[in-house]
Write a protein that binds this ligand. Structure first.
Ligand code: CO
Length: 490
């Protein structure tokens, strides 16, 4: 029996799940060398919500962050990619997906973990093929990992997941990850699922990603390990458990001296954990975050991810409607059934949650539906696990001619040229491809980030109160502008 391997999530999902994705690169740097020596299979450190958070909250260029991580790490850097949604919330044209994956690979991504919210494999094809192309091109090793987004209810059975896994294998991915973002994969179900997958795809490396939201995390890992899973995702103790992953040190200790022994040195993790415990305190203080998360075994019945639940509670409270909470919890599964039992994960969780809330607040169902909700019903996000009923489409006023049954991105015109032109019109005469991609994903946020970055660069050469002209000069020709301002100072 091969050793179990561990992917460490402290630099991505750990702080995304417990600290609202607020960890800065500066807070990671002092421990990168030490983390690199542990012998992890990979370090998850990029993608997911980190890209958005860098630009929106931390004034960090996500591309620069990746460069610095890569310069400090030999352990493969893993990123989480939302297939055709890249790291955003809607579908992007193929050329944008291809450019993004190529750039991420060039900046040092070693593992591309790729998922689609609806498990529609067609939405993974472009990203998977782009990653496979990068694998041939780049000098460093690249693993292309396809994901099964795990959910329960409706048509979702372990056999259905085995057939999805076969579809992924047909795309020639290097490995498959079962992504249990809500923490609802129970231990004995995990065992059954891993056994079936190993039987169907004996050579395919399997990785399991769970959250402790429902309290099952480490038990689920143990049963999965006994069933032959190859890799588990764990978070270092200060950023483990709760809505995050099971604890790295605990899993290492559990397997020590058994045939599954990870071979990793638990003692070497002690000072690293001590360091991140302090970082956690700093972040909680700076951003006034919650410090604890309760286990919630009820997610099994309502099938709503933890993050979505806390958002809904907050939303209802803000509108003075906290009394509707119980009603809403019953409404969400009904809406989910009406739209074909999608897994609830970004962006389907927000789409279903918003309309379910409207249904309750209006006192009548589907009086107010969002554009995204109609798009989901029309097939613009892909194929739902169960076909949506014709009567339901009629009820929303959707005509047969509006329905898409092929791959949604087939309907999107190329985007890179368009985004470059938009930036040019905003005064950036020669934007880098990285900037174009940041802008393509988060236009408003990226523009504001570029503005702040310009101010910082100008301040560095002594222009503390730049005029509009100074800013325009820098955006149009950064190098010339820096040269000019440096000399003017003299
Ligand atoms: Co996760």
């Amino acid at each position: 029996m091969a050793k179990v391997k561990i992917t460490e999530t402290v630099l991505r999902d750990g702080h995304q799940s417990l600290l609202a994705t607020r960890m800065r690169l500066q807070q990671m740097l002092p421990q990168l060398q030490a983390l690199d020596k542990i012998g992890y299979k990979s370090l998850e450190a990029w993608g997911g919500a980190t890209f958005d958070s860098c630009l929106r909250f931390l004034d960090e260029d996500p591309w620069e962050r990746l460069d610095i991580l890569k310069n400090n790490l030999k352990t493969p850097i893993q990123m989480l990619l939302r297939g055709q949604n890249i790291l955003g919330y809607s579908h992007y044209p193929d050329d944008v997906v291809e450019a993004f994956v190529a750039k991420a690979a060039a900046h040092g991504i070693g593992v591309f973990r790729i998922f689609d919210a609806l498990n529609d494999v067609r939405n993974l094809e472009t990203a998977i093929n782009a990653a496979k192309k990068a694998k041939k091109k780049e000098k460093h090793s690249i693993e292309v990992q396809g994901c099964l987004v795990y959910t329960i209810g409706g048509p979702h059975t372990t056999d259905e997941y085995v057939s999805l896994a076969t579809e992924l294998a047909d795309l020639e991915v290097d490995s498959i990850c079962i992504k249990d973002m809500s923490g609802i994969l129970k231990p004995y179900v995990a065992e059954e699922l891993i056994r079936k997958l190993k039987k169907a795809l004996p050579k395919m490396p399997l990785q399991l990603h769970t959250h402790c939201t429902g309290g099952f995390g480490s038990m689920t890992y143990l049963k999965a390990i006994e069933a032959g899973v190859d890799v588990i995702d764990c978070a270092l103790s200060p950023l483990a458990e709760g809505t995050s992953q099971p604890c790295t040190e605990t899993m290492i200790a559990t397997l020590e001296g058994t045939k599954y022994d990870t071979g990793l040195d638990r003692q070497a993790l002690v000072p690293i954990a001590k360091y991140f415990a302090e970082v956690k305190k700093e972040i909680i203080k700076e951003f006034s975050l919650r410090n604890s998360f309760d286990i919630n075994p009820n997610i099994l019945d309502i099938q709503i991810p933890g993050g979505m639940m806390s958002n809904l509670i907050k939303q209802l409270e803000e509108q003075g409607n906290s009394g509707c909470y119980e009603e809403l919890l019953k409404e969400i599964p009904r809406v989910r059934e009406d739209v074909g039992f999608p897994p609830l994960v970004t962006p389907s969780s927000q789409i279903v949650g918003t309309v379910a809330t409207n249904n309750i607040l209006c006192g009548a169902r589907y009086q107010i539906v969002t554009r995204e909700f109609k798009d989901l019903v029309r097939g613009k996000f892909g194929r739902t696990p169960v076909p949506i009923k014709k009567e339901f489409m009629k009820r929303l006023g959707i005509k047969a001619k509006d329905i898409i049954t092929d791959r949604p991105a087939n309907h999107l015109a190329p985007g890179m040229k368009k985004f470059r032109e938009e930036l040019r019109l905003k005064g950036f005469s020669n934007p880098s491809e990285e900037d174009i991609l940041s802008y393509a994903l988060f236009p408003t946020v990226a523009e504001e980030f570029f503005r702040k970055r310009t101010l910082k660069k100008l301040a560095e050469v002594g222009v503390l109160h730049p005029s509009d002209q100074d800013i325009a000069f820098y955006n149009a020709a950064p190098q010339e502008a820096i040269h000019f301002f440096k000399n003017r100072k003299k």
